[in-house]
Ligand binder design. Structure first.
Ligand code: SF4
Length: 331
């Protein structure tokens, strides 16, 4: 998907800060995060749970509510900054121009209504279709992602479907309005391993058929190799490395990214969060000073615990927030 072709910038996130006030203190869940998304590309946000990737997605979708949350910075979609956009206006964007595929398909559907009725509600809320046309388009969408017997599925209730099938229906729901951006938040995590592979294959198909852009959120670097164009690695509310996917796998630079990749290779079973990186992810209200990874970093020096590293760019499109990149550093 990458290449010399000039791409249209569809989303620009600048200095995004999403903070929550809690009894324990201020949680800086997303702390000065900047990135962009081009039309037609798949961007993966990767990191352990609690790193801020889902809060980033929810901030983009206007799902983080104040108080106790506060969102600062810019989320520029088209020519509009979405930060501070009134909910009434957000409703025209969320679900239509920016759709979300959630982690838990079972909880995303109302058990009392058929999936067809729920798909119809999304279609009618955002598109100027009558009932007949809406149903036709829904069935076409189900067919396009290879759901068997779509007419029969349309009239089924969520409990009549497997988790994998329901996840596919949710992907169809996200596609109905032909959104500019789909945000897929750990779309395979709640599924068992064989179904995960099917849903990932489907996401890959989407990559080639669907002309919009995808933000793919995952804790598992293994799932992004085939899907993403670029990868951003998050740690403790910050993006620590950004790179094209092949470059990240071939030449990771940030010690945390290297740790993630090593963990991936050595991991013996799923469901365990990166056991081979020493230490633990700090709690969000007590992120350490300096580089937030320094208590776990095998390469840390004194400066790392005092001053937050800026973003260095060792190669075009490859940035790393780590003092190792400072000029003259020969560690
Ligand atoms: Fe490790 Fe220091 Fe780089 Fe942080 S800045 S990743 S502590 S070497």
């Amino acid at each position: 998907m990458t290449g010399a072709v000039e791409r249209e910038r569809i989303l620009t996130v600048r200095n995004l800060k999403t903070y929550f006030r809690t009894p324990e203190g201020v949680v800086r869940a997303v702390d000065d995060v900047s990135f962009h998304l081009d039309r037609g590309e798949v961007l993966a946000l990767v990191g352990e749970s609690g790193c801020g990737k889902s809060v980033t997605a929810h901030s983009i979708l206007g799902l983080v509510k104040a108080p106790p949350a506060k969102v600062d910075g810019e989320i520029v979609f088209g020519d509009r900054n979405l930060v501070g956009l009134p909910e009434k206006e957000y409703r025209h964007i969320r679900g239509k121009q920016i759709s979300m595929i959630f982690q838990e398909p079972m909880s995303a559907f109302d058990p009392l209504y058929t999936v067809g009725r729920q798909l119809m509600e999304v279609a009618k809320a955002h598109m100027p279709w009558g009932d007949g046309e809406a149903k036709e388009r829904i069935i076409d969408t189900l067919k396009s992602i290879h759901i068997p017997e779509p007419d029969k599925r349309y009239d089924e209730y969520p409990h009549e479907m497997s988790g994998g099938m329901l996840q596919r229906i949710m992907i169809a729901m996200a596609l109905i309005t032909s959104p500019d951006i789909i945000i897929a938040d750990e779309p395979t995590t709640a599924l068992d391993v064989t179904i995960q592979a099917q849903v990932l294959n489907l996401m890959q198909d989407l990559q080639s058929q669907y002309r919009g852009s995808i933000i793919f959120i995952t804790h598992d670097l293994g799932t992004v190799a085939e899907i993403a164009d670029r990868v951003h690695v998050m740690y403790a509310g910050k993006i620590v490395e950004k790179a094209p996917v092949a470059e990240l796998f071939a030449s990771p630079i940030h010690p945390y990214t290297s740790g993630l990749l090593t963990s991936r290779v050595r991991r013996e079973y799923k469901g365990q969060d990166l056991p081979y990186i020493e230490g633990y992810v700090p709690r969000a209200y007590e992120f350490p000073e300096g580089c937030r990874f320094h208590p776990r970093c095998p390469k840390a020096v004194a400066k790392c615990s005092e001053v937050q590293p800026p973003e260095f760019e060792p190669a075009p499109g490859h940035t790393v927030a780590c003092w190792l990149l400072e000029e003259g550093d020969d560690r």
